[in-house]
Design a binder for this molecule. Structure first.
Ligand code: FAD
Length: 389
């Protein structure tokens, strides 16, 4: 396919990486990068870590858009799409290759009270300014973002309440059995489990049942939705994000999707995956750019993400449908890992808590389709790679 004018919508990590790879692969045509934020591209993981703790102010991606010869349009939003044309807040832009990299938007709760979310650099600065000693901070959701914000708020000396509808933290992400193991990390935090929020009102949070949790600061961390509203009227398949094949091609010719907004077909797992994590935004652009340029490339990673919470490094790799067997190794009060095994002992996923070697070796074993000896696995002194049968 002869691509000359490429438009990239979304100037997050996935968008800017795709630009870099396009140039790296020799694309010399025009590239326009549209980003509705006014900042140049930045990484989001530090927002809930170093930026919120005050250890850093920014997390800009180390890239030189001028040197890459990119027309970067910050503060410009894409409003709609029809074949060959993106309509933006600043007029129409024609393309013959389009990259959809619009990421995801945080979900908010009903109510007129001020609720912080944490998605953008501006969100992080606003939140950091109110995490002051003694502030009564209510965090809704004990998922990845909720746990990391709770970590920062407790460290800042706030009086922290975390409200979670599930019976444990991290239940949606890794299940209640694993989530229960993180329960004791919430020491000093009022963790309300099995508790639903009705609305965020002035001065606090109204729970289902009527109780009012008075709060100076409310943070809603209940998940995100793929940012695809602007594609509503377009002739493109949408289902839990932008539907793509294993090459990250969408149903519209000349259009690829990548990052948090893309739901791609995985050969490895035999299902469609949409992974809202940094590693995908970093690496999937290799395939998105190649596919846009008409080359053959397949995106089929062993997914990976990490979270830093309450002094622990959690690293998850793989993909585990419900029902697989869980084997633990290590000390539940200290450093431990969990391994999900299929019925025939193939490794589906590994979660390592302060055991980075288990993560590294686990990811390699998953990639090679390896099987493990479940009896040896329970001994934390035996490296994972030595459990392969
Ligand atoms: P985004 O980074 O969301 O970028 C998309 C960009 O597109 C945004 O700038 C958005 O404004 C723009 N956009 C949206 N719609 C339009 C439009 N219509 N027109 C123009 N522009 C538009 N992952 C991990 O693996 N580990 C972590 O520890 C971790 N921590 C995180 C902490 C926080 C606070 C957040 C928010 C995310 C974290 N993640 C983490 C997830 C990771 O940052 C994301 O997976 C990654 O940012 C996705 O990149 P993206 O480029 O696909 O989307």
């Amino acid at each position: 396919m002869n691509v000359n004018q490429v438009v990239v919508v979304g100037a997050g990590l996935a968008g800017v990486r795709t630009v870099e790879v396009l140039r790296g692969r020799g694309h010399t045509g025009r590239i326009t990068l549209i980003g509705q934020e006014r900042h140049r591209p930045y990484d989001r993981p530090p927002l809930s870590k170093a930026v919120l703790k005050g250890e850093a102010d920014t997390s800009f991606v180390d890239t030189d858009l001028d040197a890459l010869g990119v027309d970067f349009l910050p503060g410009v939003g894409a409003k709609s799409l029809r074949a060959g044309v993106v309509e933006t807040t600043e007029g129409e832009i024609a393309y013959d290759g389009l990259v959809i990299a619009t990421g995801a938007d945080p979900i908010r709760l009903p109510g007129d009270g001020l609720q912080h979310v944490l998605r953008t650099l501006d969100d992080a600065h606003e939140l950091r300014a109110v995490l002051v000693p003694g502030a009564r901070v209510t965090i809704i959701g004990a998922g990845w973002i909720g746990a990391e914000v709770a970590t920062a708020a407790r460290r800042a000396g706030c009086a922290v309440t975390v409200v979670e509808s599930a019976p444990t933290p991290l239940a949606t992400a890794v299940g209640t059995e694993i989530g229960a193991r993180t329960r004791h990390w919430y020491d000093g935090i009022d963790l309300r489990l099995n508790t639903m929020v009705d609305s965020v009102d002035e001065g606090g949070v109204r729970l289902v049942g009527g109780e009012f949790v008075e709060s100076h600061v409310v943070v809603t961390g209940i998940g995100v939705r793929p940012a695809v509203e602007w594609l509503a009227g377009a002739d493109i398949d949408l289902h839990n994000g932008v539907v793509t094949d294993e090459h990250l091609r969408t149903s519209l010719p000349g259009v690829v999707a990548v990052g948090d907004c893309a739901a791609w077909w995985s050969r490895r797992w035999g299902t469609r995956l949409r992974v809202e994590h940094w590693d995908t935004a970093l690496n999937a652009p290799e395939v998105a750019a190649a596919s846009l340029l008409g080359e053959e490339a397949v995106y089929d990673p062993v997914p990976y993400f990490w979270s830093e919470q309450f002094g622990h490094m959690m690293q998850y790799t793989g993909h585990h449908p419900a029902g697989e067997r869980l084997i633990y190794r290590g000390d539940p009060e200290g450093k431990w890992s969990a391994v999900w095994l299929t019925a025939d002992d193939v490794v589906a996923a590994v979660l390592a808590v302060d055991r980075p070697r288990d993560y590294v070796q686990g990811r390699r074993i998953i990639a090679s389709g390896g099987r493990l000896d479940a009896e040896r696995l329970v001994d934390p002194e035996v490296p994972l790679r030595d459990c392969v049968v």
